[in-house]
Design a protein around this ligand. Structure first.
Ligand code: GCU
Length: 856
């Protein structure tokens, strides 16, 4: 028995750096042994129930101290000894109440509120005392976070949460897929039910508890009624059971017309009218059935009358009447309804109406209802008025419903922001929104103080983060994306924290205490949002992605001409949404006066939101002195340029962090560097084409190192006009003439003899894995398969791009592979043989022959 156990332990060690442990690695710190004398030798956890978070705290402390310092501690569960503190050094961890019961009152602990804790590392006994059990566990994780960062200083302080609601939302479907998830299958659901093995769910709860998240809504806001079957509620109770020791509660999203849907084991009604008595009792029964199984159930999340979902408006009832359908039955149990403000009509909005505006919808719907929601209803508001865009102003709704509880909805998953295949640290964006002063009644009204309940004196409020973790070892699909989950928890607890401090704590815990690594990851992460904004859509025009398809690659045209309302109103001369009161949609007027006036006037609107609020000519001169169109060009080039530097930066970390994670992230940075050029070229060409205004720097439309595939000698390949046109260099690609036979594209290289990097831009489509061979004068330079696993160097490890896949030759599938240090003799023949597979006709766009350091 011993040997297999030892083997297991060893293999656990070697696979520990796959990302699964997140920031809870408890990696040994340098000089650990020196600390042994000053570390406690015992842990006294003042609770012996294995489902108590206090018990978990005891286990976690033992595990952490052993792993970080190599020091074993004895753990005692329950009051030990009773009456007076133990005679040996210890960590005493428990609720303040349990501590007082066992050892008498402490006088120096400030007031703690729900989830708060006291941490004192002074003296012989470290005290970790929570206002409740969950708070106790938070305190234990705080102490371990200090230790894991090598901080053994003496501290004594209390910490309290800024807001009571700190939830994640998971958009998991019952079949195991995840909407806008980029890290594999669900950890909760498969085949219409709850998975049997909930190990990952428990590990997730552990990560969440360490960042003080107190509930998870486990299923998609686009919910499925069958979750409410008795059998699935049993499964839900199993999830609650594995969450409970971590102080994490379960909540669910509801499908509004569930009573009229087929739910196994439940009566089906002919109506879902919220004022109908049979409907009310239907929901009453569901709520009772849930609480019978899960007494600490958190509550419901409701997406109603949004994007085709049914809701109270279907019966001409108000949204408040709809919310009451759930808040009433939840009240006796202390449950909460998170009612989403993401309500808009996506079918009849007409762009030819200059005053039409999707951004107006939330305030139009909810302001008249302010005061009509029950006390246990929280209006969950996306940070911006549209939809998780790279730049939006804070939603005015935060300031407009002072008599309602509110929460801010943030996205941790990067739906519109690179889908975990582009680096993006969200926290600076969140912070900008949270720090926005909306000036309600001409008084300081920061978004963070509104959602905490402080500004308008509301009992409830807080944070919902759309996380969408999956079965992938990295949880979110890439190692660096996990800084977002970590930062979400940290900011939800205390939004005044500095986003660089948060990031650096995360980096130390996730990677290393080595300052050069911390500096590099800080620089990359802090540059990531500006870079992405610059190459995907600057000046407040929003993420110019394909909003009708995958929300991933560039497609500016998809924004307009449809009723989704994410319009740019771009024509040959001008661009931007006029949201003024004087001449536009009136949206600016939804803000309290001072803010409304600022956005109303072009002179006081910040440049980074110019096109969000105003419609201007491309020649309009910005505060920076540059025209709108030239700024488009300049920033798209600057953003893509920054993305190239991430590769160099990450390369500098080789050997400083484990190879496994280093290689995986390098793969992503190389990919991003290539795809940022796709973005840059698509957006600049699109507006160049539309406006006819040349780039003053002569870059747009001029690519000196490129050989277009369509200009090569083709055999078995044919020209293909790409749609949207801007997704191909020179608007044209080539595809094989048949979907079974290989094609060849060749050309003589008219370059001085020397060493070059050769980049090949091709398309990696869903539904096929074409094969390519690149050779120079018949010597093979490289070969690769187009299967979302682009190679770097000579690596063979299977690494997958988790972004939404596209079945077309377009901006999502466009991708670049680069071969470095290739020797060329003038006149050499470059040849690419592409073998199609399935629906993928080995598409090729161009080849760039690059002198070292060139980007083209
Ligand atoms: C976005 C997202 C959808 C999601 C919706 C929502 O539109 O693309 O996948 O369902 O937001 O938040 O409800």
């Amino acid at each position: 028995m011993l040997i297999p156990l030892l083997l297991l332990a060893c293999s656990g060690l070697t696979t520990a750096e796959n990302g699964l442990a997140g920031w809870l690695r408890y990696a040994p710190i340098p000089g650990a042994a020196h600390h042994h004398g000053s570390l406690p030798s015992h842990v006294v956890a003042l609770n012996d129930s294995t489902i108590s978070p206090v018990y978990t705290a005891g286990q976690e402390l033992e595990r952490g101290i052993r792993s970080i310092f190599g020091k074993s501690c004895n753990v005692h569960y329950g009051h030990f000894p009773h009456g007076h503190l133990p005679g040996f050094s210890s960590v005493v961890v428990g609720t303040l109440e349990a501590y007082s019961d066992a050892y008498g009152d402490l006088t120096d602990v400030p007031e703690l509120i729900e989830g708060g804790f006291w941490l004192s590392t002074k003296g012989q006994h470290v005290q970790i005392l929570g206002q409740n059990e969950r708070g106790t566990l938070y305190g234990a994780f705080e102490y371990l976070s200090m230790l894991a960062q090598g901080n053994t200083t003496e501290v004594a302080y209390a910490a309290n949460p800024d807001a009571p609601i700190r939830w994640t939302n998971e958009w998991d479907n019952m079949d195991g897929s995840i909407e806008r998830g980029f890290a594999g299958e669900s950890i909760f659901f498969a085949d219409g039910g709850i998975v049997g093995n909930l190990t990952r769910a428990a590990e997730y709860a552990r990560l969440l508890a360490s960042i003080r998240i107190n509930a998870v809504v486990v299923n998609n806001v686009n919910a499925n009624a069958t979750l409410l079957s008795p059998q699935n509620l049993d499964g839900l109770a199993r999830i609650a059971d594995v969450f409970r020791p971590y102080g994490v509660q379960v909540g669910i999203s509801l499908y509004f017309s569930s009573p009229a849907s087929a739910v196994p084991g439940r009566a089906s009604l002919t109506t879902f009218d919220p004022l109908d008595d049979t409907v009310k009792s239907w929901w009453g029964n569901v709520t009772r059935d849930i609480y019978q199984r899960i007494p600490d159930f958190a509550g419901y999340l409701v997406k109603a009358n949004s994007e085709g979902q049914p809701g109270p408006l279907t019966y001409n009832r108000t949204l408040a009447e709809g919310a009451a359908l759930f808040s009433k039955p939840l009240q006796p149990y202390g449950g909460i309804v998170m009612f989403r403000a993401f309500v808009y009509d996506y079918q009849t909005l007409n762009e030819s109406d200059w005053t039409a505006d999707r951004a107006n919808a939330a305030v139009d719907y909810f302001r008249p209802l302010d005061g009509e929601f029950d006390n246990n209803v929280v209006i969950q508001i996306k940070y911006g008025p549209i939809d998780f865009q790279v730049r939006e102003p804070a939603s005015p709704l935060f300031a407009d419903i002072p008599n309602s509880n509110t929460a801010i909805e943030l996205q941790i998953t990067q739906e519109y922001l690179g889908q975990q295949c582009h680096l993006l640290y969200w926290a600076p964006l969140w912070k900008e929104i949270l720090d926005t002063d909306l000036r309600a009644d001409n008084k300081a009204s920061y978004v963070k103080d509104i959602v905490s309940g402080q500004r308008f004196n509301k009992p409830l409020g807080g944070y919902a983060g759309v996380s969408n973790v999956g079965m992938n070892d990295t949880w979110l699909g890439s190692h660096l994306s996990m800084s977002n989950l970590y930062a979400f928890g940290r900011l939800a607890w205390n939004p005044s924290q500095d986003v660089v401090d948060i990031l650096q704590d995360w980096t130390r815990l996730t990677f290393t205490l080595d300052t050069s690594v911390i500096d590099t990851i800080t620089q990359m992460s802090m540059e990531s949002w500006p870079a992405y904004e610059n190459y995907s859509g600057n000046l407040g025009i929003q993420t110019l992605t394909d909003i009708l398809y995958t929300h991933y690659g560039p497609n500016p045209q998809s924004q307009d001409g449809n009723s989704w309302g994410q319009w740019t109103r771009a024509d040959g001369f001008s661009i931007g949404m006029d949201r003024t009161v004087s001449n536009g949609t009136g949206f600016a007027g939804q803000y309290p006066d001072e803010v409304a006036q600022m956005y109303e006037d072009i002179a006081t609107t910040p440049d980074n939101l110019l096109l969000w609020f105003h419609h201007v000519n491309y020649t309009h001169v910005l505060k920076s002195g540059v025209s709108v169109i030239q700024d488009f060009y300049d920033q798209h080039y600057a953003g893509a340029q920054t993305a190239q530097t991430f590769v160099t930066a990450w390369n500098s970390l080789k050997g400083k962090i484990d190879d496994e994670r280093w290689t995986d992230q390098l793969f992503r940075q190389v990919y991003q560097a290539g795809h940022s050029i796709v973005w840059r070229d698509a957006i600049t060409n699109f507006y160049h084409n539309l406006s006819g205004i040349p780039d003053e720097a002569g870059r747009v439309g001029n690519y000196p190192s490129r050989i277009e595939a369509e200009s090569m000698t083709l055999d078995g390949y044919k020209l293909y006009e790409v749609s949207p046109f801007e997704a191909a260099s020179n608007y044209t690609a080539i595809v094989t003439s048949s979907n079974t036979t290989a094609g060849t594209a060749s050309t003589a290289l008219d370059y001085d003899s020397g060493t070059y990097d050769i980049a090949v831009n091709y398309y990696d489509m869903d539904g096929g894995a074409s094969h390519y061979v690149l050779s120079i004068s018949d010597e093979v330079v490289g070969e690769w398969t187009s299967n979302f696993k682009p190679h770097i160097g000579n690596q063979t490890a299977p690494r997958v791009l988790g972004h939404a896949q596209s079945s077309y030759v377009d901006g999502h599938s466009a991708i670049r592979i680069t071969f470095s240090d290739v020797t060329i003799v003038k006149g050499d023949t470059l040849k690419i043989v592409g073998t199609p597979d399935g629906n993928e006709p080995a598409p090729l766009d161009y080849v760039s022959v690059l002198k070292p350091g060139m980007i083209d």
